[in-house]
Design a protein around this ligand. Structure first.
Ligand code: SAJ
Length: 420
């Protein structure tokens, strides 16, 4: 069974798949990146990127220039396949594995005995087995590891990514990896693949354990963010500066309270806990309550703004930041977007009242905000000069660098503790 990989196919060229493809290519592997979005494929083949992530453009343009990275809309035969497609939630907080199934169906025809498949998409426990079952149904000529231990024709493993958007390129190489195989050989071969570009340690386990570990990592973070957010609400009512309280509490050698904010965004921390809830009905009261606490934060921020605007003739509110966190352009499930949506409905458009949005990482308002009367995207200085109330929602670097004198005379609601 081959333990080296000359050609690798990475299916899904998002903020994980593309850096992974480029990192493998930089180490001399011939990589074919596959994505259903033809514009993304064309852009990458020109050595360009569709994602704001430090150093990704340099990595991709170099890999394409050397001929080691190319993109296409369909997979080709390869020694290994890495699947990094979205696994969103359905409306009822259930895992949506349709992209994963579509990716498996795309690669089934080009699969051959001896190939390795690694799923990176965050998945509910048992998803890797489901992929093996699907493939076994489409390719009855091949043997798969969920049925025959260590003698199968195809090896299948699960290895979740844990890179932090904004630090992806560094963390992709430095972070340890958890690698779960449907059998031992699958895990070992997947570790061989990752050791091509990962300097962190590769920890081998079963597929189910690796799936659960990923969900546990993000659920742990969501619960602890909820604790920080609940503390911020308590401190507001008690007239205590929550930022000072958290900093002082964290002086304790065994306390590490996270940072309060306007809510939890992104398609990871806000999503993954629901995969655990779905897999263990009735057994996750803490995880569910934490989700509810974090989901209630945008409304809490809106109420604080409305309270500050009460009595103002025609309040003008500057909302700084739409991204779900600092220094990225990702607005997915962003609490800031929910805050702006509510303020636009409840303040903007009434007479001269208005809501000005500042987001340095976008050129136009997203669809869910575009066209709302009284809601405009403006530069930072213009927004603050024209505002009665300034709400900081994402702690982007330009906001941190703001001359505080510009805030004199304004009501400031700093949800990130940026201007303390
Ligand atoms: N947030 C807070 N307070 C905090 C930390 C985060 O309010 O103290 C908010 C952020 O503003 C943001 C949301 O939570 O809205 C999520 O941000 P994040 O930085 O916690 O996480 P992500 O979603 O950007 O990345 C997470 C990371 N997981 C962990 O840190 C355990 C990353 O390592 C994962 O790879 C990623 O999810 C993923 O793709 O699963």
């Amino acid at each position: 069974m081959k333990r080296t990989f000359e050609k690798v196919c990475v299916i899904g060229l998002g903020y994980v798949g593309l850096p992974t493809a480029a990192s493998l290519a930089r180490r001399g592997v011939s990589v074919l990146g596959v994505d259903t979005n033809e514009k993304t494929v064309a852009l990458i083949n020109k050595g360009q990127v569709h994602i704001v992530e430090p150093d990704l453009d340099i990595l991709v343009s170099g890999a394409v220039a050397t001929g080691k990275l190319a993109a296409a809309t369909r997979p080709e035969p390869a020694d290994a396949f890495i699947i990094a497609v979205p696994t969103p939630l359905t409306g009822e907080h259930k895992p949506d594995l349709s992209h994963l199934e579509a990716a498996a169906q795309e690669l089934a025809p080009v699969l051959k005995a001896g190939d390795l498949i690694v799923i990176e998409s965050t998945s509910p426990v048992g998803a890797t087995e489901a992929v093996a079952e699907w493939l076994a149904g489409w390719r009855q000529d091949l043997a798969f590891p969920h049925r025959e231990d260590d003698t199968a024709g195809v090896d299948i493993a699960y290895s979740p990514e844990r890179v932090l958007p904004g630090r992806v390129i560094t963390e992709l190489v430095r972070n340890d990896r958890v690698i779960g195989g449907l059998d031992r050989r699958s895990a070992e071969r997947a570790a061989d693949l990752y050791r091509i570009f990962v300097d962190g340690r590769c920890h081998l386990t079963t597929a189910r354990t690796a799936e659960l570990v990923k969900l546990a990592e993000n659920s742990y973070r969501d619960v602890n963010i909820a604790f920080a957010n609940e503390l911020s609400v308590v401190c507001e009512g008690l007239g205590v500066d929550v930022w000072e309280a958290v900093d002082l509490a964290n002086r304790h050698p065994r306390v590490g309270i996270l940072r309060p904010g306007p809510g939890v965004g992104g398609h990871c921390i806000a999503v993954d806990p629901w995969f655990i809830v779905d897999s263990a009905p009735g057994d996750t009261p803490l995880i569910e309550i934490a989700r509810q606490v974090n989901e209630a934060m945008p409304r809490h921020v809106v109420n604080a703004v409305l309270k500050a605007a009460a009595g103002m003739e025609a309040p003008r509110v500057a909302c700084l930041g739409l991204a779900y966190k600092a220094d990225i352009d990702d607005l997915r499930m962003s609490p800031a977007v929910r805050v702006v949506q509510a303020l636009a409905k409840e303040i903007a458009g009434h007479g001269d009242a208005g809501v000005m949005v500042v987001e340095p990482h976008i050129k136009a308002l997203p669809d869910e905000l575009a066209g709302i009367p009284g809601l405009v995207l403006v530069p930072l200085e213009e927004a603050i000069e024209g505002a009665d109330i300034v709400v900081l929602l994402a702690d982007h670097r330009p906001f941190k660098a703001l001359d505080r004198a510009m805030l004199d005379g304004k009501v400031v609601i700093d949800t990130r503790g940026t201007w303390r």
